[in-house]
Design a protein around this ligand. Sequence first.
Ligand code: FE2
Length: 308
Amino acid sequence: KSGEDAWASALRDEIRWLSRVGLVQPNRTHFANHAGERYLFSKPHVFEADMHDANVRRRVPALARFFEDAAAALPDAFAEADTRAETNHSNRTSPKFPPLSLLARGDAARAVKLQHNKGFGGCFPCHYDNPGGTSRRLLTCILYLNPGWAEGDGGELVLTPFLSRSVRVRPMHNRLAVFYSDRVCHSVEPARAERFCLTVWLDGVAGSVNTSEDTRLSLPASVLTDPDAAAETLRLSAAQRSLSRAVYAEAYRESLTRCMAGAAGCDEMLASHDAAVEATRGNRPLAALVEALRERKAFAEMGGDMEV
Ligand code: FE2
């Protein structure tokens, strides 16, 4: 364990060094509003570097090795662990999340980004890492590199599986958080201390992610009018993304307001959010379903967040 912590500390030191020599840049977030207009904004206090940039990797051996391992060793390890878990529960027939044997391998099948939050803030509003479209992301892995993290420093990752209790993950040193990119809505709390992490996005093999089933809300009428059946289907399906914003309208709005904190783009993002929620509520069958799902969401929230 102490050897692993030393490895994590080496990664952290390299990110700190890159930041010092100016190879880490302010965050750039592409955003298209409800009218299809495209914007480029910067999330305050968030600095990043893409490890695909050979100029970044050249001088940072521990990070370069991490980047190499993410191409095959990491998906191999996940696939093997998932197969083992599956064998141990071979009589399980209930619906499941996609198997990790679907993870792709190779240079283009993964992205690795390092992040350095400086100053107060540096948070992220509710979102999915794979919002649909051409994204192939299947799994998100975040390695936290904060040996001195203490309660009150903020920067917790809040995972909210659809209609379930949220899990608040403390960004502790050498901790790896893993979740499905296309079906776990999440946000990051404002940080009050310097914070480091490495994010890896692993793609699924061709045809396994953002299928028409994942991107279109095509529930049969019998399910649409049966909120219990719809809730059970959407909990596991990436199709939840088309209703998430309306079901979690307040959480999206609050987290957006908190994270953008009046920075350029904040008003446009809020207007786009409101328009999207309005559009869903204007569709009568969907509005009824959203209301039923919101009741289930409220019930899940009664237990409070789980803390890990
Ligand atoms: Fe994310």
